[in-house]
Write a protein that binds this ligand. Structure first.
Ligand code: SF4
Length: 378
């Protein structure tokens, strides 16, 4: 900076301006910038500029998460059985103190009750993950919510690299975008990880957003017997109809004290009559090892049915094509912006880097709007 005029201009220093100590920049980044929330304000001001330029229509949003390696090594980690958060003292490193501060945060410590196999002492909030099917590593997840028209990132969130945290982040981002910019998408497109019954019910019933999301469903059988999809649900009669046209119901008699029918696992169970199954020709293909067939139904199955009905429609296929824009942004983030590994530690470090990277990617979108005359003159 002492010698380079461009750097002086960028930092608004005159030719004889005193150059601050180099540590001023990192101190600002770790302290003042973080407390002032300036990086989020910067990101949001760029989104507003994109909206003003007509780059955000809110016809539809896509959401996805990508893993970014944390600045933590396996060699310096400990098995979680040997880890005690109580050993973190007041004078511990910033990342360790942030870990304690985010233990109850749904995006970090409280995201999942499952304890990871290893904990990094230098960055305990980083998640040990083998999600890439190759070697496991410590990582954070960057979550993008994008407008599918022009691929503008309308919100970004840092979380632990676990599915529950990523799904929670998608809800946080949808609500924050509505609150900050008044943007509510007509549809949300995402992969199966976001297709749980709870999440679909939140989208369909609470937010009234069309879910172009494959249903997260483990009910398909692979042993040749009928799956749940071979049974048809009749909502008016509140029963399933089996392939032999018999009814599966919750109750076969009236109870003096009416029952809710909801089991401990939060599902309703519909049962076939033993009399029907005993004489059924299809029993070997239906319930060869049981007296009668049972079908569990999630309390939010109606929302899953909405998503199932949408799957395979031309609109669903178009939305899935548009979802690729979020994957392209992640590829750009890692290959061009080179954010394959974080430089800052702790949840706040990850938040800052993800916010800055998303801001840079939106600025790139805006720059593409340059009028043709400007390009020719340049
Ligand atoms: S075995 Fe029972 S439930 Fe299955 S198809 Fe036959 S009657 Fe229906």
């Amino acid at each position: 900076m002492h010698l380079n005029l461009a750097y002086r201009w960028f930092c608004r220093l005159g030719l004889d301006g005193k150059v601050p100590d180099h540590s001023t920049f990192s101190k600002n980044r770790h302290g003042r910038f973080r407390e002032s929330d300036i990086l989020r304000q910067l990101f949001e001001s760029i989104v507003e500029r994109c909206m003003a330029e007509g780059l955000v229509s809110a016809n539809g949003f896509a959401v996805d998460a990508s893993l970014i390696a944390a600045d933590a090594n396996k060699q310096r980690s400990v098995p979680s059985s040997d880890w005690d958060p109580g050993e973190i003292k007041d004078d511990a490193c910033r990342a360790a103190r942030e870990y304690l501060a985010t233990l109850d945060d749904a995006a970090f410590g409280a995201a999942s009750p499952v304890t990871p196999k290893f904990i990094a002492r230098s960055d305990p909030a980083a998640q040990w993950t083998g999600a890439h099917k190759g070697h496991a590593f410590f990582a954070y997840a960057t979550n993008y919510l994008i407008d599918t028209d022009h691929g503008v990132i309308v919100d970004v969130e840092a979380t632990r690299a676990v599915r529950q945290a990523e799904v929670g982040a998608s809800r946080t981002m949808v609500e924050r975008t509505e609150e900050r910019f008044g943007l509510k998408p007509g549809y949300l497109v995402a992969d199966t990880a976001y297709g749980s019954a709870d999440n679909l019910a939140w989208l369909v019933k609470q937010k009234r957003i069309t879910p172009y999301i494959p249903v997260f469903d483990k009910s398909t059988r692979t042993d040749g017997t009928f799956s749940r999809s071979d049974f048809t649900f009749d909502p008016e009669a509140d029963c399933y109809i089996c392939p032999a046209e018999k009814k599966l119901v919750q109750f076969r008699r009236a109870y003096a004290t009416p029952r809710t029918g909801v089991g401990a696992d939060g599902t309703r169970r519909y049962r076939a009559s033993k009399k029907d199954c005993d004489v059924c020709e299809l029993k070997a293909r239906c319930c060869p090892n049981a007296v009668a067939r049972k079908i569990p139904r999630d309390l939010e199955e109606d929302s899953r049915d909405v998503a199932r009905a949408l799957a395979g429609t031309p609109e669903f296929e178009t939305a899935c094509q548009r979802r690729k824009k979020v994957e392209m942004l992640f590829a750009h983030l890692k290959r061009i912006l080179r954010l394959g590994r974080l430089r800052l530690r702790g949840p706040c470090g990850a938040k800052d880097e993800f916010l800055l990277a998303a801001t840079a990617q939106n600025l790139r979108r805006l720059a593409r709007l340059r009028p043709p005359e400007f390009e020719m003159a340049a």
